[in-house]
Structures are given as structure tokens and as C-alpha cells.
Design a protein around this ligand. Structure first.
Ligand SMILES: C[S@@+](CC[C@H](N)C(=O)[O-])C[C@H]1O[C@@H](n2cnc3c(N)ncnc32)[C@H](O)[C@@H]1O
Length: 289
């Protein structure tokens, strides 16, 4: 048996204090506030052995979210594993901007609106949107079946599994394959947090990211814009069959002007807006077609 105070004293030099508190909190099944306010609380040796393994994983750079198997996003807890990116707080801006637009629509229009999350990962974005809307037709697409397994679990956990269809596919391909007949003249809202790290940025990322998060979720060719280029080409096909489209894309701030140029090269009539994140950096590009 050791007390919380003993454990903090022994292990605080190995990993961050905050991470240590979070791991203790997970092991004893009590909130972090409890850990902070009950140094005398005694932990049995079985739990301590388990805790030691988790401390070793963290010391080896494994992100705390993977060790805990969950991450909070837009006020909800999402299951995650090594097949899914860890949801980032800056991606909440995609949810906010999409919801702003959706909430401004008439109820009757919203019912027939199609909302697609491309590169859904753990499903955090589309689930957060669906949770905040009473109607709409929701899709989550990912190229990774293993990520989709997690997204489906999360949809069940948050009681929206009947409202969201998760499909495996290359960007919008699954929808384009339906010959667009069902999509003709529809309002479609696309939210996309696709891989957008350029090779050099990925190379300088921390070991926590490079060693543990899926490369497939992060790295993109053409200075990080290859996935968005393909998405824009597919979007153009939808606009040709008469769909009205709003597309929200998460970017890295330095990609703003290159993406703007790319969009203009594909569409002659397009409204483009960029939104800043909480750190005042360009984070989301919105286009209206
Ligand atoms: C940056 S992660 C975003 C995950 C999640 N939406 C989030 O915000 O945490 C990008 C996701 O896109 C998926 N992906 C990569 N290439 C894809 C493609 N060609 N088509 C569909 N999904 C793709 C990855 O598997 C990954 O889940």
C-alpha cells in the first residue's frame, strides 16, 4: 500500500505532475480533484503495479489520451485508440462554424440537409454536430475501417448511432458512387479535418505524435494540401449536379493563401471565408458554392 502523497513523491520526476495526477485518478476511479485533495488516500499494491505500467508508457512518450483511452471534445468524452487521431481543441472551431450555419437554416430545410464529416476518425466532429441538432442527415467517412469501429462505438455511447451512417471510403467517393442521383439539388455541408501536415512539419513533430498517432491521419503531400485538392475536385462534381455546398476545412495557418489560390483555380464563382481559432491563428476555411 502507498498513499497518493507517496506516489507523487516517488514518480513526479518521471512524468508531468498533471499527467501523474490523471493516471492516479484513472486507476482509483475518482476525479482529479479528489487526487489533489486527498494525499492520505491509500492505494493497494495491485493498482500500484497497474499504475507503474501506465507511468512507463507515458515516460516513453505515449500520449496520455491513448493511455486513458479517451479524450474530451466539445464537452463530450470520446473513446480513442491508436487507430484514431486524438481530437484537438482547435477542431472545435469546425463544429462551431458548421453549427452556426446549420442553426441559421429553416427546420424544414435542415431535415433534408446532408452533413458529411470527411476523415471522421473517432467521429468526434460529426457526433458533436448531431448531438446539437434535432434533424439533418449525417454521414461520417473514413478510409480506415479501424477508425470507423471507434466512431461507431462513440456514436452509440452518445446515443446518435441511429442518426449517423459511417462509411468506409476515399474522401467523398462513396457518395459520388451513388451516381449523385439522390444528391441532385440537395444542400450538402461538408466538414473536413483531413491530414494536412506537410512533410517537413511532420518531420519536426514531437515524439508523442510521430511515434503514436497514425501517420495516415496527419501527413499529406503537396505541402499538406493533397487531400484538400482531391476533396475540392470531388466537391466540384457535386456542384455540377446542382448541389448547393458549404465546405469547412481545417488547415494549418500558413496554408491560408495556398489553399485560397487552389480554391479559386477550381471554382470561378465561390465565396471564401477564413476563421481564426482561439489562439488567433487561421484555422478553418469555409467555402460556399
Ligand atoms: C486529421 S485526422 C481527423 C480525425 C477526426 N476527424 C478528428 O478531428 O480528430 C484525419 C482522418 O482522415 C482519415 N483519412 C486519411 N485519408 C483519407 C482519405 N483519403 N479518405 C477518407 N479519410 C481519410 C484518417 O484515417 C483520419 O481518421
Amino acid at each position: 500500500m502507498l498513499t497518493i502523497k507517496d506516489i507523487l513523491n516517488i514518480y513526479h520526476s518521471k512524468i508531468d505532475y498533471l499527467d501523474l495526477e490523471l493516471l492516479i485518478s484513472a486507476i482509483i476511479g475518482k476525479p482529479r480533484e479528489f487526487v489533489m485533495s486527498h494525499p492520505e488516500y491509500r492505494i493497494n499494491s495491485l493498482k500500484i503495479e497497474n499504475l507503474k505500467l501506465k507511468i512507463a508508457r507515458r515516460a516513453d512518450h505515449e500520449p496520455i489520451a491513448y493511455i486513458l483511452g479517451q479524450k474530451e471534445f466539445y464537452g463530450l468524452n470520446f473513446r480513442i485508440n491508436k487507430n484514431t487521431l486524438i481530437p484537438r481543441p482547435e477542431s472545435e472551431l469546425l463544429v462551431e462554424r458548421a453549427l452556426d450555419l446549420l442553426r441559421s437554416m429553416l427546420r424544414s430545410k435542415l431535415r433534408n440537409t446532408i452533413i458529411i464529416d470527411v476523415g471522421t476518425g473517432s467521429g468526434n466532429i460529426i457526433i458533436s454536430i448531431a448531438q446539437n441538432l434535432l434533424s439533418g442527415r449525417f454521414y461520417g467517412i473514413d478510409i480506415s475501417e479501424n477508425a470507423l469501429l471507434v466512431a461507431r462505438q462513440n456514436a452509440k455511447l452518445h446515443k446518435v448511432s441511429k442518426r449517423i451512417k459511417f462509411i468506409r471510403g476515399n474522401l467523398l467517393e462513396p457518395l459520388l458512387k451513388t451516381r449523385s442521383t439522390g444528391l441532385k439539388d440537395k444542400k450538402i455541408i461538408i466538414v473536413a479535418n483531413l491530414p494536412y501536415l506537410a512533410k517537413n512539419i511532420y518531420a519536426s513533430a514531437s515524439p508523442d505524435i510521430k511515434k503514436y498517432e497514425p501517420r495516415l491521419a496527419l501527413l499529406s503531400g503537396k505541402n499538406g494540401l493533397a487531400h484538400y485538392e482531391k476533396l475540392l475536385i470531388q466537391t466540384k462534381k457535386l456542384s455540377v449536379v446542382g448541389c448547393r455546398l458549404s465546405v469547412f476545412m481545417e488547415i494549418s495557418p500558413e496554408q491560408k493563401s495556398a489553399l485560397q489560390k487552389m480554391i479559386k483555380s477550381f471554382f470561378s464563382k465561390v465565396k471564401i471565408a477564413f476563421h481564426r481559432d482561439l489562439s488567433d491563428r487561421w484555422r478553418v476555411c469555409q467555402i460556399e458554392l
